[in-house]
Write a protein that binds this ligand. Structure first.
Ligand code: NAP
Length: 270
């Protein structure tokens, strides 16, 4: 049986998902999209051959609804969807910080909801998407969500209680690496290198290190020890990182991100 999937609110994340699904083999004819602006809907039709519909049509027609509007637009979208969404639709939320209960309260009793926290490397098919089941979502529903988000990277199932921690690690994670690259590039400039050369050196080092972490199966401590020779350059740098409390700063930073995610999920906006 053909399963129709609709992406509702097809912005940056929605489009990354859509293009990944098509590359992974989904037929554009089975994919519906919704957008707020007609020109955006036409752009998606031209670019991918998918069918733009209204939110209500998507709810009536598609088996799976993937909601990728901004968190602040979600309540209005659910108000629009609720009268048209039968309880057998799988609703997948890609919005940061909104609990599955928020959807369950606004949709028909028994609607299966799956919450997914992905991250921006979805744009380059290297996402880390963390997936949790709502009250009525079954193993099949989770598997379907994994199949969809697997088109743009890796997926991991976690209990919903761990979503705030995962937001701190992988949701915001790419930003910490961008910040590190920025700081290390500044250091390169201090050491006398032109900005573009410093940038290239650091970015390629980051790609190399990430590839080794992913592919070697080695613990990061072992990988670091391998390049830390007695009385060498690396240990001199590591001593300064420890002196400046970088490890403690990272632990505190991720704890702060987790706490902020909890606040946002509970409705506290400022
Ligand atoms: N970007 C990230 O880093 C990131 C990472 C992880 C998760 N997320 C989550 O992904 C979701 C989308 O983020 P994004 O960065 O892709 O945002 P985005 O580019 O603004 O995409 C959202 C799209 O939804 C459209 N929209 C809003 N209300 C609508 C409605 N009622 N009907 C149809 N379309 C509607 C918006 O239209 P307009 O263009 O007219 O505003 C926009 O095109 C968010 O919930 C966010 O929490 C984002």
């Amino acid at each position: 049986m053909t399963q129709k999937v609709a992406v509702l609110g097809t912005g940056k994340i929605g489009e990354a998902l859509l293009s990944g699904m098509i590359r992974a083999g989904w037929a554009p004819g089975d994919l519906l999209v919704t957008a707020r602006r007609p020109e955006r809907a036409e752009e998606l039709r031209t670019r991918y051959g998918v069918t733009p519909v209204t939110n209500a049509e998507a709810a009536k027609t598609a088996d799976t609804l993937i909601l990728t509007v901004k968190p602040q637009d979600m309540a209005a979208l659910l108000d629009e969807l609720a009268p048209h969404t039968p309880a057998d639709r799988l609703v997948i939320s890609g919005a940061a910080g909104i609990p599955t209960a928020f959807f369950e309260e606004r949709l028909a009793q028994g609607t299966p909801v799956v919450r997914v926290m992905t991250n921006t490397p979805a744009l380059v098919d290297e996402a880390m998407s963390v997936i949790s089941a709502g009250t009525h979502a079954t193993a099949d529903h989770l598997a379907h969500a994994e199949e969809i988000f697997g088109a743009v990277g890796k997926t991991l199932r976690v209990p919903e209680t761990q979503q705030d921690a995962c937001t701190a690690l992988s949701g915001s994670g790419p930003a910490y690496f961008f910040y590190l690259v920025e700081a290390m590039t500044d250091a390169g400039i201090l050491l006398g290198l032109p900005r573009d050369k410093a940038h290239d050196l650091i970015v390629q080092s980051a790609i190399g290190a990430a590839t080794m972490l992913r592919d070697s199966g080695e613990h990061p401590v072992r990988l670091r020890e391998n390049v830390t020779s007695p009385a060498g350059t690396t240990i001199s740098a590591i001593r300064e990182l420890e002196n400046h409390g970088v490890r403690a700063a990272l632990i505190a930073a991720l704890e702060a991100a987790r706490d902020r995610s909890r606040e946002l999920a509970s409705g506290k906006k400022d």
